[in-house]
Structures are given as C-alpha cells and as structure tokens.
Write a new protein. Structure first.
Length: 597
C-alpha cells in the first residue's frame, strides 16, 4: 500500500470496510481509559482514528505521541459506534481502527494551540508556518488557489495568453514610491521592482499579442493598511480591438463566473454608476451599496445662513455642505454622537453638526440641536424636505472643502451603515453588491504643486469628444476609465489607453510633461506607439482583495501565505535585515548610519 491512499478529510462512509493509509498531523490525542483517540488532520480536514490496546506495539507508540506529531496510520474504516455522527466534518460518520502507527516526525510543543482564536497577529506572523496549519488559513489559501484556477480557465477559454514581464525594470512615475534594486555591474545605476506591468502590457499590444494576462507580483513602497501590502498579487489583463463597454462586459463575466464556481454565488447584474453620481450620493468612488444611506446636497441652501460653519463652505468655489439622514437614529445617545464626531476628525473634519427630529410637523420647534437657532426658516425647511426627514431620525452634516466632506461623511456613512444599529433596523442589506464606476475625471488639480495630475496614469484615453478639453478645460475632461467595486472595495480597475501620438501629446501638455521628460521616462513606450499601435485597453484586479472579500477575512494578510506587517516587515524571516560590508562594497553603496549586522 502507498504511504498515503486518501486524504484524512476525504475518508467517508463510501470507504466503509476498506483499509486505508493516511498521513497527517495529530490535531488532538485523547486517552479514554485504555482506548486512545487521535484526531488526524491534513489540508482536507480531520478523521478520527481509534487505537485499541490489543495491538500492543502500535498502542505504545500512540501513548507517546503528542499534538503536531507527523504520523502515518494504516487501518480499517468502520462506522462510529452507537450511530454517533460528527456533522462538523466530512468524515463524521466513520472512524479508522488503527492497525499500524508510524511516527514520521516528532514535534516540540507548538507555540500555541491551533484552535486558539485569540492569538495576536504578531504571534501568528512570527510563527507563520504553524499559523498556516490552522484550518481557517488552509481554507483561505485553498480558496485562493481555486479563484486563480477559475480565472486562468476563463481567460484561456477566451483566447488570452499568459506572458511574463520583467521584475527588474526602469523606475517610472506611477503614483507610489518604487522599490529600487542596485545594479552591481552598472555602477551607480538602479533597477526598480514593477508597481504594475502597465507599460509592458501596452508594448505587448503594439507587438500584436492581442490578448494578454498575467497573475503577477507588484511592488509599492507605500504606507500600509489592512488592504495593502508592499508586494501584492495582480491579475493583469490587456486586450486590443475592444471598446470600453466590451471590456467591462467580458471581465464582469469573468468575475461572475469565478464567484459562481468557487462560492456558488450569483452576483447578478452589475449597476453602472458615473464617478460624479458616486461622489454626489456617497462621497466615495467605491460606494458600498449594501448601506441604505445617501447624501443630501445642501450647498445652495446654506449660503445665506448666519451659521458660518455652513455658509463659509457653501460660498467657497470648492466647498460643499451635505446632510446624512439616519432613519431611526434619534435614539443615539450623546456618547455615540460624540464618538462619531471624533471619528470624522480622522478625515480632516473639524466637527460634526447634527439635528434630532422629534416632531417634523412642528418645524423648528420639533428639532433638537444646538445649531437650529443659527439657521433661518428657509434653511430648516430645505433640510427637512430634501432629506425627507421623519420623526425619530437624526441628521448629520458635513461642511468644508468638498474633499474633506466626501472623505469624512462618506466614511461616517459606512461606519454607521455597518453598525449593529444599521443591521437591526434594515439600513444594511446583507448581500453581494457589485457595480462599475465609470467616467472618471481625466485630471485632478494638485493645489500644492499648482498643476494638473493624472487621476489614473498619463496613458488613459479621454472620452470621445473630450480630447480638446485637455488643452482648453482640463477640469471638464472625462476619461475612459472604469473601476469594479464589490461591497465597498475597489477590486479592479483600468481604462482604454491612448494609442494615437497627437492625443498623447495633448495629455502630456496638460500634465506639463515636456517632450524631453516624456522621452526620458516613457521613451521606450512612445517609440513603440509609432509603429501602428492598435486601439487597446485593459484592467487589473487585486487577487488578494478579491480573496479577502470571498473569505470574509479581516485583512489581506489572512489570504497571503507569507505577508508583511504594517511596518513592511516579515516577522518569520526577520526581513528586511542588515547586510555585511562586503555586499555593500560590491554594490558601491555606503550607509550614512550603518546598523550592526
């Protein structure tokens, strides 16, 4: 018999009466007064093994084994006694009567129990190998594998070919800091690790490969959050001779197919929402549509009120005043309101004005708030009518520069919308909520640098008919860019690219990129675009984010085998680390403040 005939978790009543050979780890050993039970575990799950003292040699080994020993057992599959069933596992109707037990490798006491749900992330990442044995982590990584396989099968069926692009490349400006790699053989020069394969996949389109994809690592030296890592995995896709809508339709199909086959979930229709509508209603370009709360625009109605907190931003060119009505929120305590006030300050808000609606029919007299006395009757009427306020509601307000209002009240909307109160009152709908956000601005104005910058990248194509806006009115220019959003997470995004030299020059002019600068930074792409470049476009999906959503994990670190911390460190390998002087001398590098090796 082979060392292993079956996975532990796949031994079921279909194998009743057969002899099996299993390999795995001792998850738990129980001594029941002369009979020893072993819960044997592998990546597919558990099986209960019974060790009877009638087989003395085997039983002596069973007495000495402990948790996490790696063992091989051979035995007979039989029904559990008295008809008992463990419904929590596939093998719950059977057990294996052990005939032979071999210790393949002993284990020292593990640093934690694998069923401990109160482990700190530091402990888990320091002992990542043991953490990866935990069933939850094994389920996450197995699901990640299935997601990648479904994507590959879909793309293969639709004519896409997997082409690798370089990991050592030229440093180009793409929105985040590059990781630089010194070249030993080219003194004083550096490679960069790619932030994305963007320029190379455009080159592949010019080269005629038509439909490209790659599941690849990308690198960004940026501040980290729960959904970011210094190295992350991107599903990178580019295609020629397809327009914006055709690209969206195809990759909506890819994502829907993947959810259906991996989770048996039908995502249904993907609504299409413009960037302007998303910002107007939700203050976010990745709105979570499960939350049934929307902004109410009040900027025009607040221009003449005595309350300077409202009137000043209402009369600023880039100011905004909005309301967020929370049905039934009048039951919130002052402590809860104060906590929300502190929360919005994280996003730059100076405070959080509010009104509780006790009796909407009484107008001003039915409202409870310190700000009511500073608002004239027309403003109060506008607030109540536009928000469609009802008795028992609370209305929160955001008033500042539009960006601060959008960020702060948009985040407040999500925080309230995910609260227990929202789930209890139906303001949160437990479902999958996908959508496309389209018609992004081509440019945004950098107030610090007093210049226009690209919202996505300099090669994003403008909407048809908007080409001249790049030189006459950049603020009006919309792009052929699109993002896929699921449950408030941007899981993918891309655009149709500029493929004509005269349009690309207009984009560079708007961005104040000189011909010399463009040649220095992007010369290899610009040169290639001269040779009959096809219309092309594509997008990239964040594999880590998608799998995080699908598993319900708290962080993308829970779906990556060996992630970094929020300080971009690997606690398992202790990377990054100092290197010795010999290595630095070979690279012609001297440290200003050397650390001991």
């Amino acid at each position: 018999m082979a060392m292993r005939s079956h996975y532990c978790g796949l031994v079921t009543e279909a194998l009743m009466g057969e002899t099996v050979s299993l390999c795995g780890w001792v998850n738990r050993r129980r001594d029941h007064g002369g009979v020893i039970f072993i819960d044997l575990r592998d990546r597919e799950g558990y099986v209960q093994v019974v060790c009877d003292p009638d087989r003395a040699d085997m039983f002596a080994i069973a007495e000495d084994i402990r948790n996490e020993f790696c063992v091989q057992i051979k035995g007979l599959v039989r029904a559990r006694p008295d008809g008992t069933v463990n419904d929590g596992i596939k093998s719950g109707k059977i057990e294996v009567l052990c005939h032979e037990l071999i210790v393949l490798s002993a284990s020292v006491p593990p640093p934690f129990m694998l069923d401990d749900d109160n482990l700190s992330e530091t402990t888990r990442l320091t002992h990542r190998v043991m953490d990866l044995r935990r069933p939850a982590m094994q389920r996450n990584l197995m699901l990640r594998y299935r997601v990648a396989m479904e994507i590959r099968k879909f793309l293969d069926a639709n004519g896409f070919i997997d082409i690798e692009t370089p990991m050592l490349t030229k440093s180009t400006p793409e929105g985040a800091r590059d990781y630089l790699v010194p070249s030993r053989v080219n003194d004083g020069q550096f490679f960069a690790l790619p932030q994305s394969p963007q320029l190379f996949k455009q080159l592949l389109m010019v080269a005629g490969y038509d439909r490209y994809y790659q599941i690849t690592k990308c690198f960004r030296d940026e501040d980290l959050r729960a959904d970011r890592q210094p190295e992350f995995t991107q599903i990178d896709i580019e295609t020629s001779f397809m327009d914006e809508e055709e690209i969206r339709d195809m990759f909506q199909g890819m994502v829907s197919n993947m959810f259906k086959h991996v989770l048996q979930i039908d995502l249904g229709q993907f609504p299409v929402m413009t960037y302007n509508d998303a910002m107007h209603m939700y203050g976010s370009d990745k709105p979570d549509l499960r939350v049934k709360l929307q902004f109410t625009e009040l900027t025009d109605a607040m221009q003449t009120v005595d309350f300077k907190v409202f009137s000043t931003p209402a009369t600023m060119p880039n100011g905004r005043v909005v309301a967020l009505r929370v049905p039934g929120g009048g039951e919130m305590s002052r402590g809860e309101i104060d906590s929300y006030t502190e929360f919005v300050k994280i996003y730059g808000a100076k405070g959080l004005a509010w009104i509780k609606v006790n009796d909407v029919s009484a107008g001003r007299d039915g409202l409870q708030s310190p700000i009511v006395k500073n608002l004239h009757d027309e403003a109060i009427q506008a607030i109540l009518s536009r928000t469609e306020a009802q008795n028992g509601d609370i209305i929160f307000f955001g008033a500042d520069k539009a960006k601060i209002v959008n960020d702060a009240i948009g985040a407040l909307r999500v925080k309230i919308g995910h609260s227990e109160f929202a789930r209890k009152t139906g303001l949160f709908e437990a479902r999958w909520a996908p959508l496309w956000v389209v018609d992004f601005p081509m440019f945004e104005f950098d107030e610090e640098g007093q210049r226009w910058s690209a919202v996505h990248h300099p090669f994003t194509a403008p909407k048809d008919g908007h080409e001249d806006y790049m030189s006459t009115a950049p603020e009006k220019c919309l792009s052929k860019a699109y993002d896929m959003v699921i449950n408030g997470w941007e899981v993918g995004g891309g655009s149709v690219r500029i493929h004509q030299a005269h349009v690309q020059q207009k984009a560079f002019d708007a961005l104040r990129i000189t011909p010399e600068e463009a040649q220095l930074k992007f010369g290899f792409l610009l040169d290639a675009l001269q040779y009959g470049a096809p219309p092309h476009g594509g997008l990239a999906f964040g594999l880590d984010r998608i799998v995080t959503l699908m598993t319900g994990a708290e962080s993308i670190r829970d779906v990556i085998a060996f992630p970094k911390t929020q300080r971009a460190q690997c606690l398992l390998t202790q990377a990054p680390s100092a290197v010795d002087d010999k290595q630095l001398r070979e690279l012609h590098i001297r440290l200003r403040n050397p650390q001991p090796v």
